[in-house]
Design a protein around this ligand. Structure first.
Ligand code: HSE
Length: 300
C-alpha cells in the first residue's frame, strides 16, 4: 500500500522540435511517495526541497491534480497521501514540473495494480503541465514517463513515437542559476511562422530523426538548429551566444535551449566530449558571475 517512484529530468524541444521532441536524462529527477489511506481523499502531506514555493492544496499541486484525474478516470475513490521530493529547481528548463507529474501518475497506477498502460497514463501527466504552465504539452512528460527519446507526432489524437538513439550519444545540460518561467517564455512567442522558416525547421526535424536512427552524427549535427523559437527566447538568456560558440568549439554536435530555458543542452558523441562541453559552457557563465549546475548523461 506504499510506493516510491523516481522520474527523470528531461530536455524538451531538442532545438528544432518545439513541443514535439524530448529526451530523458539519468539525473536529476523528482521522487514521490504514495501511501493508500482510508480518508477517501488525495492529499499532499509533505513537499521537500521546493523552498516552500509549491502549493500543498491537491487541486493546485501538479502531483495532486494528476493523481486525482487518474483516480477519477478509473472510477476509484481511493484515498492517497503524497509526499513529493523536489530534487531540481522550478523554472529550470529541465522539466521539473513534468518529472513530478510523471512520477505521481506512474506511482498511482502501480499502487492501484496497473489498470492502465504507461501510454494510457500520459494524458494525466499532461494535465499536470497544464496546471504548472498553462499548456498541456507532452514533450517533457512523455520522455520522463517512457524514458529515452520521444516524438509527439500528434496531440489530437495523442500519438507518441519512441526513437532509438545511438549508444554513443551523450547529453550535456547546464543550468545557469537564473529563473525563466515557462508561461512567460511561451507568451513571447509569435503565433505564426513564415513559410521559409517552417520549411527549414521541418527539414531539420525529419533529418534529426533520420540521423539518430542511422547513427549519422554529421546529419544529427546539421539538424540541431532552431530558426523559430531560439532567436526569440535566447534574448531572455544572458550569455547564450557565447555559450553556444564555446559548446560548438569544444566539440558539441549541436547546442540549444533546454525546454523553455534557462538551462542549455548539447548533444555530443561520447561522454568525454560531453564533459568537455559542459565545462566550456560553465566557463562562460563563470565569467558572467552566474553559478551553474552541470549534468552529463547518456540519452538512451
Ligand atoms: N515545449 C515546451 C516549451 C517545453 O518550450 O515551452 C517547456 O519546458
Amino acid at each position: 500500500d506504499y510506493i516510491k517512484v523516481f522520474a527523470p529530468a528531461t530536455v524538451a524541444n531538442v532545438a528544432c522540435g518545439f513541443d514535439v521532441l524530448g529526451f530523458a536524462i539519468d539525473s536529476p529527477g523528482d521522487e514521490v511517495e504514495l501511501t493508500k489511506s482510508d480518508t477517501g481523499e488525495v492529499r499532499i502531506t509533505k513537499i521537500i526541497g521546493d523552498g516552500g514555493k509549491l502549493p500543498t492544496d491537491a487541486d493546485k499541486n501538479t502531483a495532486g491534480v494528476v493523481v486525482k484525474a487518474f483516480l477519477e478516470a478509473i472510477g476509484s475513490k481511493q484515498g492517497i497521501d503524497i509526499v513529493l521530493h523536489k530534487h531540481m529547481p522550478l523554472g529550470s528548463g529541465m522539466g521539473s514540473s513534468a518529472a513530478s507529474s510523471a512520477a505521481a501518475v506512474y506511482a498511482a497506477n502501480k499502487l492501484m495494480g496497473s489498470p492502465l498502460s504507461d501510454l494510457e497514463i500520459l494524458p494525466f501527466a499532461m494535465e499536470g503541465e497544464r496546471i504548472a504552465c498553462g499548456s498541456a504539452h507532452a514533450d517533457n512528460v512523455a520522455p520522463s514517463l517512457l524514458g529515452g527519446f520521444t516524438l509527439i507526432r500528434s496531440y489530437s489524437p495523442l500519438d507518441v513515437v519512441k526513437i532509438d538513439v545511438p549508444d554513443e550519444l551523450f547529453a550535456t545540460v547546464v543550468h545557469p542559476k537564473i529563473v525563466v518561467n515557462t508561461k512567460d517564455a511561451r507568451k513571447i512567442l509569435k503565433g505564426q511562422v513564415p513559410l521559409d522558416k517552417a520549411i527549414r525547421q521541418w527539414g531539420n526535424v525529419g533529418a534529426l530523426i533520420a540521423g539518430l536512427l542511422q547513427k549519422d552524427y554529421g546529419l544529427i549535427s546539421r539538424s540541431l538548429e532552431d530558426v523559430i523559437i531560439e532567436p526569440v527566447r535566447s534574448l531572455l538568456l544572458p550569455g547564450f551566444d557565447e555559450a553556444k560558440q564555446a559548446a560548438l568549439e569544444a566539440g558539441a554536435l549541436g547546442f540549444g535551449i533546454s525546454g523553455s530555458g534557462p538551462s542549455l543542452f548539447s548533444l555530443n558523441r561520447g561522454k568525454k566530449t560531453a564533459e568537455t562541453v559542459a565545462h566550456a559552457i560553465k566557463s562562460v557563465y563563470d565569467g558572467l558571475g552566474i553559478e551553474t549546475d552541470l549534468f552529463v548523461s547518456a540519452v538512451n
